[in-house]
Ligand binder design. Structure first.
Ligand SMILES: [Fe+2]
Ligand SMILES: [Fe+2]
Length: 473
């Protein structure tokens, strides 16, 4: 398997596409459909070039090249991480056997489903972010938006390659459908709830890239452990690109908090809205919303599907190979906290293998907490007493054991009237959303930035903040 990417081919790739004419023709047939989708559902803002990174190698060093690119000419390609010829299955009933280079017949339907669900999220986020280019707070941010968007497009390519290469006719049909479902569409919505919510403003974009892209990181992490080696290698390379999306989220929220804190100190008031800043309570409400819809993406806490995926070797745990246990989980236990109708929490012990979604969610929550700590550090450095907090995992949930219960951010189970009364304090209200949107004006002069966000500490690829990241007409 050559590591070098063939950029002369119509579809850049490192999977030696040229040696499989049928597959190559099938993918070249899908390519114009992708371009139509990008034209219709991709970024609305037209530019004369964006300073983008393009993958040039999948090795450890120097994998990316930066240059101004006319966005529709971006080279979307198929890149798999290098193959480890000695790789063996790390968990489940096939543990120790060589990994699979082809799809085993008995797991075909499940593997295809996992790939379709992952694939569906990638173009969905591009659709959700379609209009954001019209209101970016700086050229630097605008460039990052385009970078995230083209890479989500590439992640769609990654999943479509697997469907075409390994799942025959059905796979090709699924690849078509990935372009036909659309975020928020009443007739043909995206598969998962969070991907049908619009990303209507830039605070939502930073929260999305922090919380929802981070869910993606954890899902890809479990698929990277898959016994189906092409899936594993695909996800490994996607994770590399995904790191930048999370950087955009982490530093984006950093910069909003930084700006709000500066304004609070400067004007000696928490009411910074008249000064063009976003009040900390509103930032907390956005956090509550994006965090909880992202928790829903982990599925039900107890799941026999997840247990079966694990036993069959299709989907592992986060950092599977670093875990110190038998990697089969046939007789280990784990604990679940369940809300009861009488308003108390009950602790239940279950087989660990039934709680794998909860296990992954736990890893994710711990990771999310690191961001909250960073943002609180900014506040304490400014001498501000306010502290951000992640809400209780039972708060505002539509999926799993908490759906149908009303749980406050501090984990109290409450009745319907109390919930309705509290909601305004915990989740963004129409007024909050309208206020944040009122701040969203494009700032497209070099080196300038909107009122509600601080400039980044550093630019991209060693360039300064005032670099011309995007050429506009
Ligand atoms: Fe992605
Ligand atoms: Fe992403």
């Amino acid at each position: 398997m050559p590591e070098k990417i063939d950029y002369d081919a119509k579809i850049p790739n490192n999977v030696d596409l040229a040696s499989d004419r049928r597959l190559q023709r099938a993918l070249e047939g899908w390519q114009p459909k992708f371009m139509n989708w990008w034209g219709e559902m991709g970024p609305t803002l037209q530019t004369q070039g964006v300073y983008l990174r393009t993958a040039v190698s999948v090795g450890r060093e120097g994998w990316a090249h930066f240059d101004h690119v006319n966005v529709p000419d971006y080279r979307w390609g198929i890149f798999l991480a290098e193959r480890d010829p000695d790789r063996r299955i790390a968990f489940g009933e096939h543990k120790g056997e060589p990994v699979w280079q082809q799809v085993p017949g008995e797991y075909r339907a499940e593997l295809q489903r996992l790939i379709v669900i992952q694939g569906d999220t990638e173009p969905a986020s591009v659709e959700q972010q379609k209009l954001l280019g019209l209101t970016a707070p700086s050229l630097y941010d605008l460039r990052n938006l385009f970078q995230v968007n083209v890479e989500e497009g590439r992640h769609l390519w990654a999943m479509v390659y697997l469907l075409h290469a390994y799942f025959g006719r059905e796979g090709r049909d699924e690849a078509e459908s990935l372009l036909l479902r659309n975020s928020g569409s009443p007739d043909a919505p995206r598969i998962l709830g969070a991907f049908n919510e619009e990303t209507a403003d830039w605070l939502a974009f930073y929260m999305f890239t922090y919380f929802t892209d981070r869910d993606g990181k954890y899902q890809l992490g479990t698929l990277k452990e898959s016994s189906f080696d092409p899936l594993s290698r695909t996800c490994e390379f996607m994770l590399k690109e995904e790191a930048h999306h999370m950087f955009v989220g982490t530093t984006g929220v950093d910069r909003v908090v930084q700006r709000s804190a500066d304004l609070i100190v400067e004007h000696d008031t928490d009411d910074i809205a008249p000064h063009g800043g976003i009040p900390l309570e509103i930032i907390q409400k956005y956090m509550n919303f994006h965090y909880t819809v992202s928790l829903d993406l982990f599925g039900s806490e107890t799941s026999t599907n997840a247990a079966n995926y694990y036993t069959s070797g299709l989907k592992g745990r986060w950092m599977e190979t670093r875990r110190k246990d038998d990697h089969q989980l046939t007789d280990s236990a784990a604990v679940l906290e369940r809300p009861r109708a009488d308003g108390t929490w009950e602790t239940e012990e279950l087989q660990a293998i039934l709680l794998l979604n909860l296990d992954l969610r736990g890893e994710y929550i711990a990771d999310c907490q690191t961001g909250v700590n960073r943002w609180n550090k900014i506040l304490s450095d400014h001498g501000i007493d306010f502290r951000f907090a992640l809400p209780h995992p039972g708060f505002n949930r539509d999926v799993g054991i908490n759906s149908g219960h009303h749980v406050t951010p501090d984990g109290t189970i409450v009745d319907e009237p109390t919930w309705q009364a509290g909601k305004r304090k915990w989740l963004p209200t129409t007024e909050d959303l309208t206020f944040v949107r009122s701040l969203m004006h494009p700032v497209y002069e070099r080196g300038k930035i909107a009122s509600w966000v601080a400039p980044p500490r550093q630019g991209i690829n060693g360039k300064p903040f005032d670099y011309e990241y995007v050429y506009l007409t």
